[in-house]
Design a protein around this ligand. Structure first.
Ligand SMILES: O=C(O)CCC(=O)C(=O)O
Ligand SMILES: [Fe+2]
Length: 362
């Protein structure tokens, strides 16, 4: 397998506009440090994005170091996987069968309503497949020996998402365990590991790598080494460094940290108290534009049958739900499928939209 060598990545430039993400410590969260818990809540309501510092002592309940080393192994695996011949990878594109798991080729997704092709390839590995909750999906032979790595990464990343959900549950004053029960590891769901590759683009022909979107599910755990991820800052949130264009600010990759962001399901459960922020991927800034960019992601989503509706058991949510029209109630499975396939041009672009329109200003 290729070595995961991040040592030859040029530095992220000093002056580009960057998003003011809070740095939250996993160790402190595990120790139930009230200030850290408050910071997580603030970040979840205001920006919906934060850094999680994973440098924990190995003895704590969630071993951040083990998660980092699994992520590192997945970066290596991603480079071998995407090096397979295009025709071989295309065998694992399952969009025509109505599934978003498996391979998406370079340019096979769309970045806007006009149908402009994207500039990345990715591979989605289903949590249910790896944990034996569904029949195994067809997959390249190269992935088979790495099923234990996926198992380990899924367990660790999913426990992180449960920790975040438990804190949000407490702040929303929901009955204990409400959110975690909706995200049970051993129940069928659309949870997945995604590996993404975006090669350098010619300077005279640059395009958005991955179109502006909100994540469909609940909590996303993202590992980046190279810049290029941008969030569109809500009005009133100022970028660090230079001025932004239309509020788009880079997320600076930090070693030993994951980027955590919330998705649409949490906006729906909380009637908009929590934020699922728009983001996209563009060419890496500065000298980093010359390197191939990989990402490793864990997407947690509610169980397939969970209905995405405001959790009115929470007084905080009750205070937010208007008397106006009732929203369409859709299951998690239907919501994720509709949104994911809309981005493949299989479904409709309009259906690929998330909770952007429901959002209030931070
Ligand atoms: O590659 C990244 O940094 C972000 C990817 C992303 O937003 C996604 O796959 O939903
Ligand atoms: Fe995303």
């Amino acid at each position: 397998m290729a070595v995961d060598d991040s040592s030859n990545i040029p530095p992220f430039p000093a002056h580009v506009p960057t998003a003011p993400l809070l740095r939250i410590s996993l160790s402190k969260l595990l120790a139930a440090d009230p200030t850290e818990v408050d910071r997580l809540w603030t970040a979840s309501c205001n920006l919906g994005f934060f850094y999680l510092d994973l440098s924990t002592p190995p003895s704590v309940a969630i071993n951040g170091g083990a998660l980092l080393s699994d992520a590192s192994a997945l970066f290596s695996l991603a480079s071998s996987l995407f090096a397979l011949p295009t025709l071989e990878k295309a065998k694992y594109d399952m969009a025509a069968e109505g599934s978003y798991f498996g391979y998406k080729g370079y340019g096979a997704g769309i970045i806007d309503a006009a149908g402009t092709p994207d500039r990345n390839e990715f591979y989605n590995v289903s949590k249910d497949d790896i944990l034996g909750l569904s029949l195994p999906l067809r997959a390249p032979d190269l992935l088979t020996p790495h099923r234990p790595l996926f198992t380990s990464f899924i367990h660790a990343a999913h426990s992180l998402t449960l920790l975040v959900l438990d804190i949000l549950n407490m702040k929303l004053q929901l009955p204990p365990g409400t959110l975690t029960t909706l995200h049970a590891l051993d129940k069928p769901s659309g949870d997945q590991v995604r590996m993404i590759k975006a090669p350098p683009q010619p300077p005279q022909d640059q395009r958005t790598v991955l179109g502006a979107h909100t994540d469909f599910g609940s909590v996303t755990v993202l590992f980046n080494r190279v810049g290029g991820l941008q969030v569109q800052l809500p009005e009133g949130v100022k970028a660090e460094g230079e001025e932004t264009e239309d509020g788009w600010a880079y997320v600076r990759p930090l070693p030993e940290h994951a980027v955590i962001n919330l998705g649409d399901a949490l906006v729906k459960f909380s009637a908009g108290v929590l934020r699922s922020n728009i983001h996209r991927v563009v060419s890496p800034p500065g000298e980093q534009a010359g390197v191939t960019r990989y990402s490793v992601v864990y997407f947690s989503r509610p169980g397939d049958e969970v209905v995405l509706r405001p959790l009115k058991e929470s007084p905080v949510v009750r205070g937010r739900v208007g008397d106006g029209e009732e929203e369409e109630e859709v299951s998690s499975k239907e919501w994720v499928l509709r949104r994911a396939l809309g981005r493949r041009g299989v479904g409709r672009w309009e259906d690929s939209k998330g909770t952007e329109g429901e959002r209030v200003k931070a």
